[in-house]
Write a protein of this length. Sequence first.
Length: 442
Amino acid sequence: MAQATFHFPREFLWGTATSSHQVEGNNINNNWWAWEHQPGKIVHGQKSGLACDWWSGRWQEDFDRAAAAGQNAHRLSIEWSRVQPAPDRWDEYALDYYREILRGLQERNMTPMITLHHFTDPLWVSERGGWEQEDTIALFESYVSKVVDALKEYVTLWVTINEPNVLATMGYAFGDFPPGKKDLAATVRVVTHLLHAHATAYAAIHKIQPQARVGIALNYRGFQPAKPWFPPDRFVARLQSRIYNDLFPRALMDGVLRFPFIRKRLPQAKATQDFFGLNYYTQDQVAFNLLKAKEFFGRRFYEHQAELSDNGFIANQPKGMFDSIKWGLQFQVPIIITENGIEDADDHLRPKYIAQHIHQVWRAVNYNWPVKGYFHWTLVDNFEWERGWTQRFGLWELDLETLARHKRPSADLYAAICRENGLSSDMVAKYAPDLLEIMFPD
Ligand code: GAL
């Protein structure tokens, strides 16, 4: 076995990612809180409740953990419903508190990346029709301007909208997120409005802060033809990737939204990303299937031999990490891995998943591809949307009764990587020995 270290470039960002509703607790004024309180929407009727209790101050101990573990960055989101609890009211206390949180990062020498919209809308926005309404774009713009003006002293790295593709499909096509619709026309409208909202926010942010770096975070899914030699499988895999992966970021490049049968021009969206935020978790196999009309005739499943996460939600497919970065090069801006992680309560698979995915990021860096950072999802177990608390993505485990945090072995592996700015054979020998011969052959 060779002794070696895969090093990353200087100033590479190493952090974890979180979002307001998933960690703050008591976000009672948004559409997700309302959704959680409707029967049958969340697994076992679970609720976000106090979440990780950040709004009462526990962000401090969690930032201490992250900083002590060598992380030099953190991605978090601002909760629109806190900043603007009613259409005609800004909550200056909430903005002050976000400033305090950002000072907390600054004191710990961690670079903040701020997401302005991570799935949740204020109740008053969703009650007037949410993202189906065109004027939500202007509402979002004024919220963004308010926040950026308030936080510009601390932040230059902004994600406008987290996973617009997930928000649109889960909320309006599959119905698993609020508002729970299954309506293709509404989905198309929402995608268009989200794109437009991003473009407007992009301009607004740059007006306030010319040196800002602004992008989105896209959920990329790998789609592999189940039988690569079978043209119909190749066709449906490509089609799914076009719709799910390409639609949004390509429009940010050239201002054209390419739906399967419709094209929409949105010239204001052209060239509105300064970096590309890539959330990569897993990859599907796709087989042509006439019964799957709603999924564009592609049946999706995980490769049979793949290692699966606790609930079978994620298959460990590290090569897809490399493929997604390669695919992301077409947007011709720096790439930041804004999320990557796995649900794994007893941490039997996560160390391996981390080592393998970071190894793939390193391969990309070694082609001189412009990957600038990696944010692991997530720091401490948090509220996983319609899956409630059944999925544990944290480097630290959260005890839901006491809110105590317990470190998982992965936290130590990730800390070693962050401190070394690299992944070494010693780390792999200690935390994921099965990989040693494969990753560091003689
Ligand atoms: C992403 C989402 C995160 C987190 C993660 C793990 O799609 O942006 O909020 O929930 O998945 O499920």
